[in-house]
Design a protein. Structure first.
Length: 214
């Protein structure tokens, strides 16, 4: 966009903060050199949201591709010059873009999947990705599973965790993380704690196999 950009990234072995720092530094150096300027290029720190379901993934992709349309710059996603949507339409083979990752969610037939993806993108919508939470039924089921886990292992109600002694709370959180596939954001919502509280509790007990998105 004219004053910001959207990236849909898969975080692997490198923390998202390091990825964004590398991108921003390299681009700032290129931009300053090209336009003979000095100083910072980006006004604020990047903002990110974790993707926790296929629904969120598709919503995020559609939101990004339709951003120029909703901003009144173009009438359709394919008209915007700076969008990755062209690669989804034409399969240009851009090395930094994995179009098949999204196409595969619409089926194994590549031609049909591409057609379904284009139709999905063109659907009338009011997407706002940062407000796109997991389905209520999915979150409720996760809560029930954690409630059973905490009651069985610690004889505590889930609602008591946020207000209990810090060391005891830390012990329980670390156990939940080690014995579930929940992200920090999901567990934070279930326990009524911030995802950073979850991250700190796990880090201090040596549970570092999961990463928190900034």
């Amino acid at each position: 966009m004219s004053n910001h950009n959207h990236l849909l990234l898969k975080e692997a072995n490198t923390n998202i903060s390091k990825i964004m720092a590398s991108i921003n530094i390299r681009y700032s150096m290129y931009f300053n050199r090209k336009y003979s300027r000095v100083g910072s290029l980006f006004q604020e720190r990047f903002h990110s949201e974790p993707i926790e379901s296929e629904r969120q993934l598709l919503t995020c992709a559609r939101y990004i591709h339709n951003n120029p349309v909703k901003a009144g710059i173009v009438k359709s996603p394919g008209e915007y010059r700076w969008s990755s949507y062209h690669d989804y339409l034409d399969n240009s083979g851009e090395p930094l873009l994995n179009t098949e990752f999204l196409f595969n969610l619409f089926g194994l037939d590549s031609i049909l999947a591409r057609s379904k993806f284009i139709s999905y993108t063109a659907e009338s919508n009011d997407d706002s990705y940062v407000d796109c939470e997991p389905e209520k039924s999915e979150e409720d089921e996760l809560r029930k599973q954690i409630e059973r886990l905490v009651r069985t292992q610690f004889n505590h109600d889930l609602s008591h965790i946020s207000s209990m002694d810090y060391n005891r709370r830390k012990e329980i959180i670390a156990y939940i993380v080690a014995n579930s596939s929940l992200s920090y954001a999901q567990l934070g919502r279930i326990l009524n704690l911030s995802k950073y509280s979850i991250y700190r509790a796990c880090k201090k007990t040596g549970e570092q196999q999961k990463q928190v998105n900034d």
